[in-house]
Write a protein that binds this ligand. Structure first.
Ligand SMILES: Cc1cc2nc3c(=O)[nH]c(=O)nc-3n(C[C@H](O)[C@H](O)[C@H](O)COP(=O)(O)OP(=O)(O)OC[C@H]3O[C@@H](n4cnc5c(N)ncnc54)[C@H](O)[C@@H]3O)c2cc1C
Length: 310
């Protein structure tokens, strides 16, 4: 597997560099900027460091699109371990985030739902219950993801879901799930989606993010502003303070390794901030999305490749 395959190759047009370096060494170096490490202990170590700096954590065990029931059950087991680790360390105040295709959504919606039930049961035993967020994946998974989320939230107040403001459909989806029992992570969206389903102009994505967040908050939902965009962050701050939105109904979320300056600013202002901390060995698709979001990251990649070569 080469780092420059797929979307990254699409972005850069660069040739594969497999002949320059061993993929494991290069991968570890580059992934190290965005990923806590290969094991749960790495995620917990980073969560502790963040806690010491006054930041919360949302742990993401990397992986998606499993191909067998056994893999889906194994991924669920891994998440149970993560939740147990957070339960035994309440001082971290951590949450977890899950991709439904990692829990078998491609294989069976019912099986995936059962796996989520198992996670949520363990999360509910913590006091207070541990928050379990559902990541949003590519467009073909949106409807099934929302259906699983809506069914789960009837029994579990500690489950939330991500929405992507680049999709046209999200306005309807947000209206469908809005309300005091909704916990929504608002994002721009990280997948390459065509004009038939998604805004292509960044200004439209921006406007949609702001409008959807406002509508969700106005309906009593809890909103996690998951963005590194300083203008969206400023707008969100102005709105929540202007409307006196209670602190427990919003927070800012940023990805591990990205815009530490903004993390620090928000913290210094006393805003609730949580960092999304991926760990595990399945970092390739995650890293690919981070590269596509910001092609400048490719310089980081390239300089590491050249350093290893020299
Ligand atoms: C906590 C969290 C959870 C997320 N969960 C999901 C999800 O479940 N599903 C989904 O589709 N998307 C998810 N995303 C990704 C999101 O959809 C965007 O792709 C990503 O956040 C980049 O958009 P932005 O809002 O930060 O704005 P941008 O305009 O892309 O970025 C604003 C600024 O942030 C910095 N920045 C942004 N991205 C990077 C990067 N990769 N590397 C370095 N600097 C960067 C740059 O300084 C940039 O100028 C999540 C994002 C966050 C923060």
């Amino acid at each position: 597997m080469s780092l420059l395959r797929g979307p990254v190759l699409w972005v850069t047009g660069l040739p594969p560099v497999r002949h320059l370096v061993t993929e494991r060494t290069l991968g570890q170096r580059v992934a190290g900027r965005f990923v806590a490490g290969p094991a749960l202990e790495d995620g917990i170590r980073v969560a502790r460091e963040l806690r010491d700096r006054g930041l919360g954590t949302i742990l993401d065990h990397l992986g998606e699109n499993v191909e067998s029931k056994e893999q889906a059950v194994a991924a669920t087991d891994d998440y149970v371990l993560a939740i147990l680790a957070l339960r035994s360390r309440p001082e971290i105040g951590g949450a977890v985030s899950v991709k439904l295709t990692q829990l078998g959504l491609d294989l069976s919606v019912d099986g995936c739902h059962e796996n989520m039930e198992r996670l949520l049961a363990v999360a509910a035993e913590a006091d207070p219950p541990i928050l379990v967020m559902i990541d949003m994946e590519a467009r073909q998974y949106v409807e099934a993801t929302l259906e699983v989320y809506l069914a789960l939230r009837e029994r579990h107040p500690n489950v939330g879901v991500c929405l992507q403001s680049y999709l046209y459909r999200t306005a309807d989806d947000a209206a469908r799930i809005a309300g005091p029992n909704a916990i929504v992570r608002m994002t721009k969206g990280a997948y390459l989606e065509p004009p038939e389903v998604a805004y292509q102009d960044r200004r439209d994505v921006f406007r949609s993010f702001a409008a959807l967040s406002r509508d969700l908050l106005a309906a009593g939902s809890t909103v996690h502003f998951a963005t590194h965009d300083p203008r969206l962050v400023a707008g969100a701050k102005a709105y929540v303070h202007g409307e006196r939105v209670p602190r427990e109904r919003y927070e800012f979320q940023l990805l591990y390794g990205i815009r530490r300056d903004l993390q620090g600013e928000l913290m210094a202002e006393g805003e609730p901030v949580r960092i999304y901390v991926p760990y595990g060995t399945q970092w390739y698709p995650y890293l690919t999305r981070r590269m596509a979001e910001r092609p400048a990251n490719l310089w980081f990649f390239a300089s590491n490749a050249l350093r290893l070569r020299g």
